[in-house]
Design a protein around this ligand. Structure first.
Ligand SMILES: O=C(O)C(=O)Cc1ccc(O)cc1
Length: 392
Protein backbone atom coordinates (compact mmCIF):
# COMPACT_ATOMS: atom_id res chain seq x y z
CA UNK A 1 0.00 0.00 0.00
CA UNK A 2 2.12 2.90 -1.22
CA UNK A 3 0.51 6.23 -0.33
CA UNK A 4 -1.33 8.36 -2.82
CA UNK A 5 0.10 11.78 -2.11
CA UNK A 6 -1.20 14.98 -3.57
CA UNK A 7 0.59 18.28 -4.05
CA UNK A 8 2.51 19.50 -0.96
CA UNK A 9 0.34 21.26 1.58
CA UNK A 10 3.32 23.25 2.92
CA UNK A 11 7.12 23.32 2.98
CA UNK A 12 8.61 24.04 6.35
CA UNK A 13 11.72 26.16 6.95
CA UNK A 14 13.69 26.38 10.17
CA UNK A 15 15.59 29.54 10.96
CA UNK A 16 18.41 29.89 13.46
CA UNK A 17 17.80 32.17 16.43
CA UNK A 18 17.30 35.81 15.30
CA UNK A 19 17.26 35.31 11.54
CA UNK A 20 14.04 37.05 10.61
CA UNK A 21 13.55 35.61 7.16
CA UNK A 22 9.76 35.44 7.55
CA UNK A 23 9.66 39.24 7.13
CA UNK A 24 11.61 38.92 3.89
CA UNK A 25 9.22 36.29 2.56
CA UNK A 26 6.31 38.58 3.40
CA UNK A 27 7.75 41.97 2.39
CA UNK A 28 9.89 41.02 -0.60
CA UNK A 29 8.25 37.93 -2.02
CA UNK A 30 4.78 39.11 -0.97
CA UNK A 31 3.81 35.85 0.69
CA UNK A 32 0.82 36.65 2.84
CA UNK A 33 1.01 35.72 6.55
CA UNK A 34 -2.15 33.67 7.13
CA UNK A 35 -1.73 32.03 10.53
CA UNK A 36 0.63 32.04 13.51
CA UNK A 37 1.40 29.89 16.53
CA UNK A 38 3.57 31.24 19.32
CA UNK A 39 4.87 29.59 22.49
CA UNK A 40 7.51 30.94 24.90
CA UNK A 41 10.16 29.08 22.85
CA UNK A 42 9.07 29.14 19.20
CA UNK A 43 7.06 31.05 16.62
CA UNK A 44 5.55 29.29 13.60
CA UNK A 45 4.22 31.47 10.82
CA UNK A 46 2.34 30.20 7.75
CA UNK A 47 2.76 32.39 4.66
CA UNK A 48 0.87 31.76 1.47
CA UNK A 49 0.68 32.78 -2.15
CA UNK A 50 -2.12 30.97 -4.00
CA UNK A 51 -1.44 27.27 -3.24
CA UNK A 52 2.23 27.68 -2.22
CA UNK A 53 2.53 27.75 1.60
CA UNK A 54 5.73 28.08 3.60
CA UNK A 55 5.70 27.34 7.31
CA UNK A 56 8.51 29.42 8.81
CA UNK A 57 9.71 28.14 12.19
CA UNK A 58 11.71 30.46 14.42
CA UNK A 59 13.26 29.99 17.82
CA UNK A 60 12.51 32.77 20.27
CA UNK A 61 15.35 31.88 22.61
CA UNK A 62 18.88 30.64 22.00
CA UNK A 63 18.33 27.72 24.38
CA UNK A 64 17.72 24.40 22.70
CA UNK A 65 14.18 23.43 21.88
CA UNK A 66 12.60 20.08 22.55
CA UNK A 67 11.71 17.93 19.51
CA UNK A 68 7.99 18.54 20.12
CA UNK A 69 8.11 22.36 20.18
CA UNK A 70 7.18 22.66 16.52
CA UNK A 71 3.62 21.57 15.73
CA UNK A 72 3.15 19.54 12.51
CA UNK A 73 6.94 19.20 12.29
CA UNK A 74 10.00 18.22 14.28
CA UNK A 75 13.10 20.17 15.20
CA UNK A 76 15.87 19.44 12.71
CA UNK A 77 19.01 19.66 14.82
CA UNK A 78 21.55 21.29 14.36
CA UNK A 79 20.27 24.84 14.32
CA UNK A 80 21.42 26.12 10.94
CA UNK A 81 18.83 27.48 8.48
CA UNK A 82 17.25 24.63 6.59
CA UNK A 83 14.14 23.63 4.66
CA UNK A 84 13.58 20.25 6.19
CA UNK A 85 9.93 19.22 6.04
CA UNK A 86 7.46 18.74 3.23
CA UNK A 87 3.87 18.15 4.30
CA UNK A 88 1.67 16.04 2.03
CA UNK A 89 -2.05 15.62 2.31
CA UNK A 90 -3.12 11.97 2.50
CA UNK A 91 -6.41 10.12 3.10
CA UNK A 92 -5.48 7.66 5.83
CA UNK A 93 -2.73 8.88 8.17
CA UNK A 94 -2.79 5.93 10.68
CA UNK A 95 -2.88 3.31 7.88
CA UNK A 96 -0.04 4.97 5.99
CA UNK A 97 2.12 5.46 9.11
CA UNK A 98 1.69 1.76 9.95
CA UNK A 99 2.62 0.70 6.44
CA UNK A 100 5.64 3.02 6.32
CA UNK A 101 6.85 1.58 9.62
CA UNK A 102 6.55 -1.93 8.16
CA UNK A 103 8.86 -0.70 5.39
CA UNK A 104 11.48 0.32 7.97
CA UNK A 105 10.68 4.06 8.09
CA UNK A 106 11.04 5.85 11.41
CA UNK A 107 7.88 7.38 12.76
CA UNK A 108 8.89 10.66 14.45
CA UNK A 109 5.38 11.71 15.49
CA UNK A 110 2.70 8.98 15.68
CA UNK A 111 -0.77 9.71 14.27
CA UNK A 112 -2.19 12.58 16.31
CA UNK A 113 -5.57 14.26 16.16
CA UNK A 114 -5.98 18.00 16.80
CA UNK A 115 -9.13 20.05 16.65
CA UNK A 116 -10.56 23.53 17.13
CA UNK A 117 -13.77 25.29 16.11
CA UNK A 118 -12.88 24.73 12.40
CA UNK A 119 -12.95 20.92 12.74
CA UNK A 120 -10.24 18.31 13.22
CA UNK A 121 -7.11 17.08 11.44
CA UNK A 122 -4.92 14.01 11.85
CA UNK A 123 -1.19 14.13 11.21
CA UNK A 124 1.96 12.09 11.70
CA UNK A 125 5.61 12.78 10.86
CA UNK A 126 8.00 10.27 9.25
CA UNK A 127 11.66 10.67 8.44
CA UNK A 128 12.85 10.46 4.85
CA UNK A 129 15.91 8.50 3.78
CA UNK A 130 17.47 11.76 2.54
CA UNK A 131 19.49 13.82 5.05
CA UNK A 132 17.49 15.82 7.61
CA UNK A 133 14.24 15.71 5.60
CA UNK A 134 10.98 14.66 7.23
CA UNK A 135 7.45 14.43 5.90
CA UNK A 136 4.31 15.46 7.70
CA UNK A 137 1.37 13.37 6.51
CA UNK A 138 -1.84 15.27 7.01
CA UNK A 139 -5.54 14.54 6.65
CA UNK A 140 -7.42 17.83 6.72
CA UNK A 141 -10.55 16.59 4.96
CA UNK A 142 -12.62 17.33 8.10
CA UNK A 143 -11.18 20.80 8.65
CA UNK A 144 -12.65 24.09 7.42
CA UNK A 145 -10.44 26.64 9.26
CA UNK A 146 -7.97 28.96 7.48
CA UNK A 147 -4.82 26.89 8.21
CA UNK A 148 -4.55 24.23 10.91
CA UNK A 149 -5.69 23.72 14.54
CA UNK A 150 -3.26 25.29 16.99
CA UNK A 151 -2.71 28.35 14.76
CA UNK A 152 -4.37 31.75 15.07
CA UNK A 153 -5.58 33.26 11.79
CA UNK A 154 -4.00 36.56 10.71
CA UNK A 155 -6.51 38.83 9.03
CA UNK A 156 -6.00 41.79 6.75
CA UNK A 157 -2.40 41.21 5.67
CA UNK A 158 -1.56 42.71 2.25
CA UNK A 159 -1.79 40.36 -0.72
CA UNK A 160 0.49 40.18 -3.76
CA UNK A 161 -2.28 41.02 -6.20
CA UNK A 162 -1.50 44.14 -8.18
CA UNK A 163 2.25 44.03 -7.48
CA UNK A 164 3.06 42.12 -10.66
CA UNK A 165 4.01 39.06 -8.56
CA UNK A 166 2.26 35.97 -9.83
CA UNK A 167 3.33 32.82 -8.00
CA UNK A 168 0.80 30.00 -8.15
CA UNK A 169 2.23 26.77 -6.67
CA UNK A 170 5.31 24.69 -5.90
CA UNK A 171 6.61 23.33 -9.20
CA UNK A 172 9.40 21.13 -7.84
CA UNK A 173 11.54 20.47 -4.80
CA UNK A 174 15.19 19.66 -5.49
CA UNK A 175 17.06 17.44 -3.03
CA UNK A 176 20.82 17.24 -2.88
CA UNK A 177 21.84 13.62 -2.26
CA UNK A 178 25.25 12.30 -1.26
CA UNK A 179 27.37 10.82 -4.04
CA UNK A 180 25.90 7.46 -5.01
CA UNK A 181 22.67 8.23 -3.10
CA UNK A 182 20.24 9.64 -5.68
CA UNK A 183 19.05 6.28 -7.04
CA UNK A 184 18.34 4.89 -3.55
CA UNK A 185 16.37 8.04 -2.69
CA UNK A 186 14.36 7.73 -5.90
CA UNK A 187 13.59 4.06 -5.18
CA UNK A 188 12.51 4.89 -1.62
CA UNK A 189 10.03 7.58 -2.70
CA UNK A 190 8.65 5.32 -5.42
CA UNK A 191 8.22 2.39 -3.06
CA UNK A 192 6.95 4.22 0.04
CA UNK A 193 5.00 7.13 -1.39
CA UNK A 194 3.91 5.82 -4.79
CA UNK A 195 5.66 8.56 -6.76
CA UNK A 196 6.08 7.89 -10.50
CA UNK A 197 9.28 8.24 -12.49
CA UNK A 198 9.43 11.39 -14.57
CA UNK A 199 11.98 11.91 -17.34
CA UNK A 200 13.52 15.38 -17.15
CA UNK A 201 14.78 15.60 -20.67
CA UNK A 202 14.10 13.84 -23.97
CA UNK A 203 17.74 12.70 -23.92
CA UNK A 204 17.46 11.02 -20.51
CA UNK A 205 17.93 7.24 -20.44
CA UNK A 206 15.68 5.82 -17.70
CA UNK A 207 18.33 3.42 -16.39
CA UNK A 208 20.96 6.15 -16.07
CA UNK A 209 19.03 9.32 -15.31
CA UNK A 210 19.74 12.75 -16.74
CA UNK A 211 23.53 13.00 -16.73
CA UNK A 212 24.87 16.51 -17.25
CA UNK A 213 28.50 16.70 -18.20
CA UNK A 214 31.00 19.11 -19.67
CA UNK A 215 31.49 22.87 -19.26
CA UNK A 216 31.94 22.64 -15.51
CA UNK A 217 28.74 20.72 -14.73
CA UNK A 218 29.00 17.14 -13.56
CA UNK A 219 25.67 16.12 -12.11
CA UNK A 220 23.11 13.34 -12.15
CA UNK A 221 19.44 14.30 -11.94
CA UNK A 222 16.57 11.87 -11.34
CA UNK A 223 12.97 12.97 -10.92
CA UNK A 224 9.61 11.77 -9.66
CA UNK A 225 6.10 13.06 -9.82
CA UNK A 226 3.35 12.31 -7.34
CA UNK A 227 0.82 9.79 -8.58
CA UNK A 228 -2.25 12.02 -8.46
CA UNK A 229 -0.73 15.03 -10.20
CA UNK A 230 -0.95 16.08 -13.83
CA UNK A 231 2.27 17.04 -15.65
CA UNK A 232 1.10 20.65 -15.84
CA UNK A 233 0.33 21.03 -12.16
CA UNK A 234 2.20 18.28 -10.37
CA UNK A 235 4.92 18.98 -7.88
CA UNK A 236 8.01 17.05 -8.84
CA UNK A 237 10.80 15.80 -6.62
CA UNK A 238 14.24 16.16 -8.20
CA UNK A 239 17.25 14.25 -6.81
CA UNK A 240 20.62 15.80 -7.63
CA UNK A 241 23.97 14.12 -7.10
CA UNK A 242 27.35 15.60 -7.92
CA UNK A 243 29.51 13.70 -10.41
CA UNK A 244 32.17 16.38 -10.61
CA UNK A 245 35.79 15.82 -9.70
CA UNK A 246 36.84 19.12 -8.15
CA UNK A 247 34.24 19.55 -5.37
CA UNK A 248 33.61 23.29 -5.76
CA UNK A 249 30.19 23.22 -7.34
CA UNK A 250 26.73 24.11 -6.06
CA UNK A 251 25.85 20.55 -5.05
CA UNK A 252 29.06 19.67 -3.19
CA UNK A 253 29.04 23.09 -1.53
CA UNK A 254 25.50 22.39 -0.28
CA UNK A 255 26.57 19.06 1.25
CA UNK A 256 29.51 20.69 2.98
CA UNK A 257 27.75 23.80 4.31
CA UNK A 258 24.44 22.10 5.17
CA UNK A 259 26.23 19.29 6.97
CA UNK A 260 24.71 16.63 4.72
CA UNK A 261 21.92 15.97 2.26
CA UNK A 262 18.68 17.95 2.21
CA UNK A 263 16.44 20.30 0.26
CA UNK A 264 18.56 22.57 -1.94
CA UNK A 265 15.85 24.62 -3.61
CA UNK A 266 12.16 24.99 -4.26
CA UNK A 267 10.89 25.93 -7.71
CA UNK A 268 7.99 28.38 -7.48
CA UNK A 269 5.74 28.30 -10.51
CA UNK A 270 4.91 31.69 -11.96
CA UNK A 271 2.58 32.54 -14.82
CA UNK A 272 4.58 35.70 -15.67
CA UNK A 273 8.27 35.48 -14.86
CA UNK A 274 9.09 38.88 -16.36
CA UNK A 275 6.67 40.89 -14.22
CA UNK A 276 7.33 38.71 -11.14
CA UNK A 277 11.12 39.05 -11.41
CA UNK A 278 10.91 42.79 -12.02
CA UNK A 279 8.62 43.29 -9.01
CA UNK A 280 10.78 41.10 -6.76
CA UNK A 281 13.97 42.91 -7.82
CA UNK A 282 12.29 46.23 -7.02
CA UNK A 283 11.45 44.87 -3.54
CA UNK A 284 15.12 43.95 -3.05
CA UNK A 285 15.25 40.23 -3.93
CA UNK A 286 18.70 39.21 -5.18
CA UNK A 287 19.03 36.81 -8.11
CA UNK A 288 21.97 35.12 -9.80
CA UNK A 289 22.78 36.78 -13.10
CA UNK A 290 24.04 34.47 -15.82
CA UNK A 291 27.34 35.24 -17.57
CA UNK A 292 26.73 37.86 -20.31
CA UNK A 293 27.86 35.30 -22.87
CA UNK A 294 24.70 33.30 -22.10
CA UNK A 295 22.60 35.63 -24.27
CA UNK A 296 25.19 35.97 -27.06
CA UNK A 297 26.28 32.33 -27.36
CA UNK A 298 25.33 30.46 -30.56
CA UNK A 299 21.84 31.38 -31.66
CA UNK A 300 20.47 32.02 -28.15
CA UNK A 301 19.01 35.43 -29.06
CA UNK A 302 17.32 33.81 -32.05
CA UNK A 303 15.98 31.00 -29.84
CA UNK A 304 14.57 33.55 -27.37
CA UNK A 305 12.93 35.60 -30.14
CA UNK A 306 11.58 32.39 -31.70
CA UNK A 307 9.85 31.65 -28.38
CA UNK A 308 8.18 35.06 -28.59
CA UNK A 309 10.31 36.64 -25.83
CA UNK A 310 12.58 39.69 -25.92
CA UNK A 311 16.28 38.79 -25.49
CA UNK A 312 17.15 42.29 -24.18
CA UNK A 313 14.44 42.13 -21.54
CA UNK A 314 15.50 38.64 -20.38
CA UNK A 315 19.16 39.73 -20.31
CA UNK A 316 18.33 42.87 -18.30
CA UNK A 317 16.50 40.82 -15.68
CA UNK A 318 18.81 37.76 -15.79
CA UNK A 319 16.10 35.31 -16.87
CA UNK A 320 17.20 32.05 -18.53
CA UNK A 321 15.28 30.39 -21.37
CA UNK A 322 15.52 26.86 -22.73
CA UNK A 323 13.52 25.46 -25.62
CA UNK A 324 12.49 22.01 -26.64
CA UNK A 325 10.35 20.67 -29.44
CA UNK A 326 7.78 17.93 -28.76
CA UNK A 327 9.15 14.64 -30.01
CA UNK A 328 12.50 16.23 -30.84
CA UNK A 329 15.52 14.70 -29.17
CA UNK A 330 17.33 17.94 -28.38
CA UNK A 331 16.82 20.90 -26.04
CA UNK A 332 18.42 24.30 -26.49
CA UNK A 333 20.70 24.65 -29.46
CA UNK A 334 18.46 22.51 -31.65
CA UNK A 335 16.55 23.76 -34.64
CA UNK A 336 13.69 24.70 -32.33
CA UNK A 337 13.21 28.09 -33.95
CA UNK A 338 11.87 26.45 -37.09
CA UNK A 339 9.04 24.68 -35.31
CA UNK A 340 5.73 26.46 -34.64
CA UNK A 341 4.91 24.07 -31.77
CA UNK A 342 8.00 24.64 -29.64
CA UNK A 343 7.85 24.33 -25.89
CA UNK A 344 10.07 26.30 -23.59
CA UNK A 345 10.62 27.31 -20.01
CA UNK A 346 12.14 30.32 -18.28
CA UNK A 347 13.94 30.24 -14.93
CA UNK A 348 15.74 32.50 -12.50
CA UNK A 349 17.39 31.58 -9.18
CA UNK A 350 17.72 33.65 -6.00
CA UNK A 351 20.90 34.01 -4.00
CA UNK A 352 21.06 31.65 -1.00
CA UNK A 353 18.43 32.50 1.61
CA UNK A 354 20.42 31.68 4.75
CA UNK A 355 23.94 32.72 5.73
CA UNK A 356 25.34 29.46 4.34
CA UNK A 357 25.48 28.66 0.58
CA UNK A 358 22.61 26.25 0.90
CA UNK A 359 18.88 26.78 0.34
CA UNK A 360 17.52 29.08 -2.39
CA UNK A 361 14.35 29.73 -4.37
CA UNK A 362 13.71 29.57 -8.08
CA UNK A 363 11.03 31.13 -10.25
CA UNK A 364 9.98 28.93 -13.14
CA UNK A 365 7.59 29.83 -15.95
CA UNK A 366 6.70 26.76 -17.98
CA UNK A 367 5.39 27.29 -21.47
CA UNK A 368 4.69 23.65 -22.25
CA UNK A 369 8.16 22.31 -21.30
CA UNK A 370 8.01 19.90 -18.37
CA UNK A 371 11.70 19.14 -17.64
CA UNK A 372 14.83 21.27 -17.29
CA UNK A 373 17.32 22.43 -19.90
CA UNK A 374 21.04 21.78 -19.58
CA UNK A 375 21.95 25.28 -20.84
CA UNK A 376 20.14 26.92 -17.93
CA UNK A 377 21.74 24.67 -15.32
CA UNK A 378 25.19 25.35 -16.80
CA UNK A 379 24.51 29.11 -16.66
CA UNK A 380 23.38 28.81 -13.03
CA UNK A 381 26.45 26.83 -11.97
CA UNK A 382 28.76 29.37 -13.63
CA UNK A 383 26.95 32.28 -11.96
CA UNK A 384 27.25 30.53 -8.58
CA UNK A 385 30.96 29.98 -9.15
CA UNK A 386 31.49 33.71 -9.83
CA UNK A 387 29.41 34.58 -6.74
CA UNK A 388 31.38 32.21 -4.49
CA UNK A 389 34.70 33.56 -5.81
CA UNK A 390 33.50 37.10 -4.97
CA UNK A 391 32.50 36.05 -1.44
CA UNK A 392 36.05 34.89 -0.63
O1 LIG B 1 16.95 23.48 -12.80
C1 LIG B 1 16.39 23.14 -11.74
O2 LIG B 1 15.49 23.80 -11.21
C2 LIG B 1 16.76 21.87 -11.07
O3 LIG B 1 16.13 21.49 -10.11
C3 LIG B 1 18.02 21.17 -11.52
C4 LIG B 1 19.19 21.58 -10.69
C5 LIG B 1 19.65 20.75 -9.68
C6 LIG B 1 20.75 21.13 -8.89
C7 LIG B 1 21.38 22.33 -9.14
O4 LIG B 1 22.46 22.70 -8.39
C8 LIG B 1 20.91 23.18 -10.13
C9 LIG B 1 19.82 22.81 -10.91
Amino acid sequence: MAALLSRPCFISLHLPYRQGWAQHLANTFRFQPVAVRETPRVRQLALRQESAIFLVNERLAPASTSPCDFLYDIDPQPTLGTASNVCFEVDDVPGLCKWLQSQGCSLLVPPTELSDEGGSVTYGVVSSVVGNISHTLLDRSCYRGPFLPGFQPIHGAPSATGDGIKITHFDHITYVCPRGGARAALDWYQRCFGFHRFLLNPQERPAEGYVLGGQGVGMLLLALQSAQDTPAHGCKLVFAESLSQNGTNQVDTFLEQHGGAGIQHVGLCTTDIVSTTRALQQQGARFFTPPTTYYSQGDKAEEIRGAGQDPHMLAELGILLDTTVPGHKGWSGTDATESPSREYLMQIFTHPIFSEETFFLELIDRRGATGFGEGNIQALWKAVQVYMDQQQ
